[in-house]
Write a protein that binds this ligand. Structure first.
Ligand SMILES: Cc1cc2nc3c(=O)[nH]c(=O)nc-3n(C[C@H](O)[C@H](O)[C@H](O)COP(=O)(O)O)c2cc1C
Length: 254
C-alpha cells in the first residue's frame, strides 16, 4: 500500500457481481460520462459512445446473450460502443467519402478509445465507492447484441459495464507476479511453468463468490482447461459480424 489514494483504490480493485437495488444518481452518471469523455482518444477522433440501457426488455435480452444472472439485474448497465458512424456522417456531410473508416486500423483505434474510456470509468466508479463488472459476455452473440441495441453500421458493442452499489465483498484476486508480466527491452521466451507453482498455489486459495463452495483451479490449470480448449461458439462469428457492420473490411486502402 502507498500513500496515494488513487493507487490504493486501483490496487484494491475487485470485480463486483452483486449490487444493491438502487440506481446511480443523475450526478453520478454524469460524472462517469464526463470521465469517459475526457479519456485520451486516438488521433482525437473520439470514436466511442456509451449506451445506458434502462429498458427492462433490453436488459433481459442482454442477460440472455451474456448468460450471467447478474447482467441487467441491479445497478446501471452501460454498453461501450466502437463508434465510427458519427465520423462517417461528418465526412459525408462535408462531401467526403469514407476514406480509411473501414480499415482494421481505424477499427482498432475505436476499440482503444472504448476500452480506455471503460477502464477510466471503472477507476472513477470505484473511487466513488461504487462497484463494477466489465461484461465481455455481451460478445457471446455479437449479431444478437447489435439487433437488441438496434445499432447502425459502423458501430460495434465492444464491452459492457454494470455499475452499482456493491452488495458483496469479494476477496482480492491474486495476479501473476510482476516478473512474469513486465520485461525490460527484450521478451523472455524461456517460460517454465514450474516457476508458476507458488502463484498456482496462491490462486487456489481464492474463493470465487460465483461458486462459493469451492476453490478455483490453479492458474495454469485454468489456462490448460476449457476456456481455451477448442470449441465452436457464436463468438467465432465476430469477424463476419464486423464485416457486416462495415468494419475491418480494409476497404479504403489504395
Ligand atoms: C475485458 C473483460 C471482460 C470481462 N467480462 C466479464 C464478464 O462477462 N462477466 C464477468 O462476470 N466478469 C467479467 N470480467 C471480469 C473478470 O472476470 C475479472 O476481472 C477477473 O476474474 C479478475 O478478477 P478481479 O477483477 O476481481 O480482480 C471481465 C474482465 C475484463 C477485463
Amino acid at each position: 500500500m502507498t500513500e496515494n489514494r488513487t493507487i490504493n483504490n486501483q490496487l484494491n480493485h475487485r470485480t463486483i457481481r452483486a449490487f444493491k437495488p438502487v440506481n446511480l444518481s443523475k450526478e453520478q452518471l454524469k460524472a462517469l460520462y464526463s470521465v469517459a469523455s475526457h479519456t485520451p482518444t486516438s488521433m482525437f477522433m473520439q470514436q466511442m459512445s456509451i449506451m445506458h440501457i434502462t429498458d427492462p426488455d433490453k436488459r433481459a435480452a442482454i442477460r440472455e446473450v451474456s448468460k450471467q444472472s447478474y447482467v441487467g439485474e441491479n445497478g446501471d448497465l452501460l454498453i461501450f460502443l466502437v463508434d465510427l458512424y458519427r465520423n462517417q456522417q461528418i465526412r459525408r456531410q462535408k462531401g467526403k467519402d469514407d476514406g480509411r473508416l473501414h480499415t482494421a486500423d481505424i477499427f482498432f483505434q475505436g476499440v482503444d478509445d472504448a476500452i480506455m474510456a471503460a477502464q477510466n470509468v471503472i477507476v472513477a466508479a470505484e473511487s466513488m465507492n461504487l462497484g463494477v463488472v466489465p461484461l465481455g459476455s455481451i460478445k457471446n452473440d455479437p449479431q444478437k447484441m447489435i439487433d437488441i441495441l438496434e445499432l447502425p453500421q459502423m458501430t460495434f458493442p465492444v464491452l459492457g459495464l454494470q455499475v452499482g452499489v456493491p452488495d458483496q465483498q469479494p476477496q482480492l484476486k491474486p495476479r501473476l507476479p510482476l516478473q512474469f508480466t513486465t520485461f525490460d527491452n527484450s521478451y523472455p521466451r524461456d517460460i517454465n511453468i514450474d516457476e508458476l507453482k507458488d502463484y498456482d498455489q496462491t490462486v487456489t486459495t481464492y474463493y470465487d463468490l460465483r461458486d462459493a463452495n469451492r476453490r478455483i483451479d490453479s492458474f495454469t490449470d485454468q489456462i490448460a482447461g476449457q476456456k481455451l480448449d477448442r470449441h465452436r461458439t457464436k463468438r467465432d462469428e465476430i469477424m463476419k459480424v464486423l464485416h457486416q457492420q462495415g468494419l475491418c473490411t480494409d476497404e479504403g486502402i489504395d
